[in-house]
Design a protein around this ligand. Structure first.
Ligand code: TYD
Length: 138
């Protein structure tokens, strides 16, 4: 969606089943999330100082969780930038489509778990920031 702003992204409190032997967080598409989950992927072994993202999605919706460690997500809607620090496995950033994102400041051992609404399609990416700003303004 072209019209989304950085304020359309929300930090969700994910449910925790807490037991003496450890915790479980379960995420159900359509219940904790406003979309059905079609794909799961995760970033790991990210070298210190590396930056990921640097693109927007035309249709894809995502939930991003720091399954381990921490990292920052900087969102940009063409006008406003907003930074979220993810550092707990029971918090998830819901990201609607139409937002430019960059991920950086990965801690050692960080795992960035992504639940996505669709399969990978390169045609859903906007990888040039100028193209993104033009797309948002039209
Ligand atoms: P990209 O989404 O640009 O990575 P990031 O945003 O984390 O920096 O993807 C990097 C490469 O991996 C790119 O060539 C596309 C490929 N890729 C897949 O083939 N399938 C996938 O599900 C994802 C997320 C990426």
């Amino acid at each position: 969606m072209k019209s989304t702003t950085v304020f359309s992204a929300t930090l969700l409190d994910l449910p925790v089943i807490s037991q003496e032997k450890g915790n479980i967080t379960a995420i159900n598409g359509g219940i904790e999330l406003p979309f059905d989950i079609s794909r799961v992927y995760y970033l790991y072994d990210v070298p210190g100082g590396a930056s990921r993202g640097g693109h927007a999605h035309i249709e894809l919706q995502q939930l991003i969780v720091a399954a381990s460690g921490s990292f920052d997500i900087i969102l940009n809607d063409g006008h406003v930038k907003r930074t979220f620090t993810l550092n707990r496995p029971d918090k998830g950033l819901f990201m609607p489509s139409g937002l430019w994102r960059e991920l950086d400041n990965f801690s050692s051992g960080a795992i960035c778990l992504v639940l996505a609404s669709d399969k990978y399609t390169e045609g859903d990416y906007i990888r040039d920031l100028s193209d993104f700003k033009e797309w948002k303004s039209n």
